[in-house]
Design a protein around this ligand. Structure first.
Ligand SMILES: C[S@@+](CC[C@H](N)C(=O)[O-])C[C@H]1O[C@@H](n2cnc3c(N)ncnc32)[C@H](O)[C@@H]1O
Length: 184
């Protein structure tokens, strides 16, 4: 009987190991092959980023890699006449973001879609919001330059995008994070 429980316990442990490995694969995949892993912006930083924006009525905001949607959802609640869409690769994050947006009564004015943002057209954006790794920037820059209309603003959290016209840069905060505002 004791032997039975030991074997049972080992099978449970193997099961848990396999479950954790499989369920976290998307994170490794996105981290290695996409443009950044899921690292959410702190709510304090979201507020700081919003202070840099001067969204006007009718502005359309596109977020590349929207995570759990906290930036766009906060913006959508504060600026009631903007529209926004967040593209996010990890399948459950847009589901969660849309659910929260519905609860916050900002959906579908603010919405989220599971997509590789490189497959999406950005030409109707007035603002593009980015929090991606530095190695993603050359490819992102090429896309921004080829699709965005003149005057579109780009807000980049943490990493610069070399090759764009810098409008404003916030000094490093207490943990050394930088914020860059560009215009096409
Ligand atoms: C550093 S996180 C930032 C999340 C969110 N923007 C925030 O500030 O809280 C970057 C996000 O981009 C997503 N991502 C990376 N490459 C992507 C791609 N090519 N298409 C869609 N989403 C992508 C990741 O899955 C991750 O959730």
């Amino acid at each position: 009987m004791e032997m039975f429980f030991k074997i049972f316990f080992v099978y449970i442990l193997i099961g848990i190991f396999i479950f954790i490995t499989i369920s976290t694969l998307p994170f490794y995949f996105v981290g290695i092959f996409m443009q950044a892993p899921f690292v959410p912006t702190s709510q304090k930083m979201v507020e700081k980023l919003l202070k840099l924006t001067n969204f006007k009525d009718g502005d359309h905001i596109i977020e590349l890699g929207s995570g759990d949607g906290r930036f766009l959802r906060t913006a959508g609640k504060k600026f009631t006449n903007i529209t926004g869409i967040g593209y996010e690769w990890i399948w459950w994050l847009p589901i969660l973001s849309n659910k929260l947006a519905k609860k916050e009564k900002i959906f579908p004015r603010i919405k989220f879609e599971r997509a590789n943002f490189f497959d999406k057209d950005l030409s109707n954006a007035d603002w593009v919001v980015i929090y991606l790794m530095p190695n993603a920037m050359p490819k992102v820059l090429k896309k921004l330059k080829s699709e965005l209309k003149t005057g579109t603003k780009i807000l980049s959290h943490a990493f610069p995008i070399d090759g764009l016209k810098l409008i404003k840069e916030l000094p490093k905060d207490e943990i050394g994070t930088r914020v860059f505002l560009y215009e096409i």
